[in-house]
Design a protein around this ligand. Structure first.
Ligand code: ADP
Ligand code: ASP
Ligand code: MG
Length: 457
């Protein structure tokens, strides 16, 4: 069997969902399980309405809810036609009543917690998966909608919940595998799960890719297909650099580094379950389904180019922790990292000197609490509006002098922290955020003008 995941733009309207049905139809012999994201922008709208309700703006929240309802109804009726839509209507109608009630409740309390946020956010995938399953059925695909909250068990770390694999795998075997054996096409929402006591959770923004990989690993898939709106993993973000080219094949390690350092095309956790079960992952374009996309596997040929791709992660803050005297000695680093750990702030790049440590973080909301904690240890300075640029390629290990040629290209730029990643397959540095487009374009021109056609398309 295979898992096919369709992202927000791939299910953004009736036309897109129709394309999805055609793509799935062509894969029926492979026994697909289909995982879908919320329709494009829906998660953002749900989060906006949750915040509005939480700050007492009930009318705004309910208005947004009605516009979402209209969009989903229109899409469903276009896909199903009048007769089938009438049948289906009450199904999603009930969801919108529940959402409306939830928003009224939140605005009455005037507070939004991570737990309620997840409840609101879950409607996006709940609704899209029901619509897609119904559209499949209307097109003769023997589909079966499954509520992912009955499959994906997570902890209670709302908005960033961690999957509990053992129980999830058991449920996949007992609830999804039998449907596959009966020749059905199970359709599930990505991104959402539930705790053991049944409270709705989400596994982090962009998490539908991760859901697909978890389901694929649990069901022993022969492949996991991530269908999106570009031809595959490209040499850089095509919005920054329109010359970006498709990578035909890339290793799990390289893809993981790229995803971690900002290549939005893949959620960073996606490759973990796939690596463990050695399942190839394919990134494909639902608007151009005949394109071969990108294949991600354990070992990939490296070709003649040093780098596979450039990623950029924006909205980075540098935290500089300066000890008054030579205090970086024993215990100091531990105390600093413990503070980051207590506030659940992930650190991306670290550099140390005799008297200070610089770290980069990407979550601004945690800064006030973290600052108060760190101030007890040392002098702390914050600098926002930075970006991390990360060049990735396994050939980096064997190529001497590469840092020199990268930074020669950027001789007029203010380069902050530099690290030749611990994994040995990335070269990472920090720059001013507004310089990111120029830096990426220059590096792309330098390192991706002549490409090995075995690796790049
Ligand atoms: P989906 O909704 O299908 O999950 P996303 O918006 O999350 O899609 O990811 C796809 C987008 O990722 C592309 O439209 C592209 O703008 C962006 N992107 C960033 N870096 C890359 C890259 N290296 N290769 C391909 N796409 C990239
Ligand atoms: N709908 C969720 C989001 O926008 C999950 C996903 O699309 O992967 O973050
Ligand atoms: Mg995505």
């Amino acid at each position: 069997m295979i898992v096919m995941k369709f992202g927000g733009t791939s299910v953004e309207d009736a036309k897109a969902i129709d394309r999805v049905a055609c793509i799935v139809q062509r894969r029926l012999a492979k026994n697909p399980v289909v995982v879908v994201s919320a329709m494009a922008k829906v998660t953002d709208t749900l989060l906006t309405m949750a915040r509005a309700a939480g700050s007492g703006e009930r009318k705004t929240a309910l208005k947004l809810c009605r516009s979402l309802q209209e969009r989903h109804y229109n899409t469903a009726s276009e896909l199903l036609g009048t007769a089938l839509f009438t049948e289906f209507h009450s199904e999603i109608g009930g969801d919108f009543e529940a959402l409306d009630e939830l928003l009224r409740g939140i605005s009455a309390v005037g507070e939004i917690t991570p737990r309620t946020t997840d409840h609101v956010a879950s409607f996006g995938e709940m609704l899209s998966s029901k619509i897609v399953a119904a559209a499949f059925a209307a097109r003769g695909i023997n589909s079966a909608h499954i509520d992912s909250r009955e499959i994906l068990l997570t902890d209670a770390n709302y908005m960033q919940a961690a999957p509990q694999y053992e129980e999830t795998d058991k449920r996949l075997q007992s609830k999804v595998a039998p449907l596959l054996r009966a020749g059905k096409v199970p359709v599930l929402g990505g991104f959402i799960g539930a705790t053991r006591s049944g409270v709705t959770t989400t596994i982090g923004r962009g998490g539908s890719d991760f859901s697909a990989a978890i389901f694929g690993a649990g069901l022993g898939a022969e492949g996991i297909e991530i269908w999106t709106d570009v031809d595959g993993i490209l040499t850089t973000d095509p919005r920054v650099c329109p010359d970006a080219r498709r990578i035909r094949i890339i290793s799990f390690d390289e893809a993981a580094e790229l995803a971690y350092f900002g290549a939005k095309v893949l959620h960073p956790a996606t490759v973990l379950p796939a690596i463990q079960k050695n399942i190839p992952v394919f990134v494909l374009n639902s608007r151009n389904p005949d394109c071969a996309g990108t294949r991600i596997t354990t070992r990939a040929p490296q070709g003649k180019n040093v780098f596979k791709a450039i990623a950029v992660k924006k909205h980075i803050t540098i935290v500089e922790v300066a000890a008054p005297r030579m205090l970086l000695a024993h215990g100091f680093l531990r105390a600093i990292f413990e503070a980051f750990d207590r506030h659940k702030v992930a650190v991306d790049v670290v550099s140390t000197s005799e008297v200070s440590v610089s770290l980069t973080i990407d979550s601004n909301h945690a800064i006030p609490a973290l600052a108060a904690d760190l101030a007890k240890l040392a002098d702390v300075k914050y600098e926002g509006r930075k970006a991390i640029v990360c060049l990735v390629g396994e050939n980096l290990r064997e190529t001497p002098g590469i840092a020199a040629s990268v930074f020669r290209e950027l001789a007029d730029k203010k380069i902050r922290m530099i690290s030749q990643g611990a994994s040995e397959i990335n070269l990472t540095f920090v720059i001013e955020e507004d310089e990111a487009p120029d830096v990426i374009q220059r590096l792309h021109k330098k390192f991706f003008s002549e490409l090995d056609s075995e690796i790049f398309a």
